[in-house]
Design a protein around this ligand. Structure first.
Ligand SMILES: [Zn+2]
Length: 287
């Protein structure tokens, strides 16, 4: 192992653990981001010591233990092999971190893309057999829609159907601004998908915002927040959600966890000129 694939820390009284499902290689950054030219993107990434032609998105899933319940936010790609041989590691990394998948009481699906729900099923059975599943109804309806199986989204739709339909009786739909589990608030951040949301975890006067896919690139998203991501359902709405959330996190100095940022994806956003900069959090070797 290159490094332990889990990182444990506290949010107030809560114990939080970031667990990796493994990295997704997405190739040339300028091929998946729209609204800036390739020379602009290459220059910005090179200046910030990020690779212009080998953009790798991590998958940083979060487990929160509030003393009564173990809650997992997003599940990785699971057994889907589209992204190469280094993914699908969530279950083994959970076990390595001392968490038995059977003990997960709730799984939160921030949106119904393969890299967030692909791990719900494992070899035809439920990977988290004792968990309720929390997601938005609009995302469920959009991504399980049989009528889209003939559309360019068909691969996404098929995986969402395979992952969600066998779990239909376990799914609880969350509503905007709802405290859907103790210490966990839903924050509606649509655009990447129709029902995409972020989760604010709070305890003892501290909070952490799991922003999910409001952001994908740790350099581009803060410094050029209006640049669009190729897989956004509604890119303009995604930009509006990003600007609104960044403004809130920078103003309130709330730390964020970004699912796709470099491991483990914990940091802060600070204002910088007319945009932002991302400051990775100092990690601790002591809990
Ligand atoms: Zn994603």
């Amino acid at each position: 192992l290159a490094a332990p694939a889990f990182y444990r820390f506290k949010v107030g009284e809560l114990e939080a653990t970031i667990v990796s499902d493994g990295p997704l290689p997405l190739g040339d950054a300028s091929s998946v981001f729209k609204g800036a030219t390739k020379p602009e993107i290459d220059k910005l990434l090179t200046e910030n010591f990020a690779s212009p032609d080998k953009f790798v998105a991590e998958q940083n899933a979060l487990v929160v233990n509030n003393g009564e319940r173990l809650v997992l936010i997003d599940t990785g790609v699971g057994s889907v092999t589209t992204f190469g041989p280094n993914t699908g590691r969530l279950l083994s990394n959970l076990r390595q971190s001392g968490i038995d998948p059977k003990d997960i009481d709730a799984v939160v699906i921030t949106h119904a893309h393969v890299d967030h729900l692909g791990g719900l099923m494992a070899g035809g059975t439920r990977a988290f057999p004792n968990a309720q599943i929390y997601m938005t109804q609009v995302d469920f309806d959009f991504w399980t829609d049989e009528g889209k199986l003939g559309s360019p989204l068909k691969d996404f739709i098929q995986i969402a159907r395979d992952s969600l339909l066998p779990n239909r009786d376990r799914i609880v739909f969350v509503k905007a601004d709802q405290e859907f589990l103790p210490g966990m608030h839903m924050l509606s951040t649509p655009g990447h998908t129709v029902g995409h949301f972020s989760v604010v975890v709070s305890s003892g006067g501290q909070s952490l915002c799991n922003v999910a896919d409001v952001v994908h690139h740790n350099v581009l998203a803060p410094q050029r927040p209006r640049v669009q991501f190729a897989f956004d359902t509604d890119p303009e709405q995604a930009v509006a959600s990003r600007l609104r959330l960044f403004d809130m996190l920078a103003t309130d100095r709330v730390p964020l966890l970004a699912y796709h940022f470099p491991w483990p994806g914990l940091g802060h956003l600070a204002r910088s000129a007319d945009a932002f900069r991302y400051v990775p959090m100092q990690l601790s070797t002591v809990l």
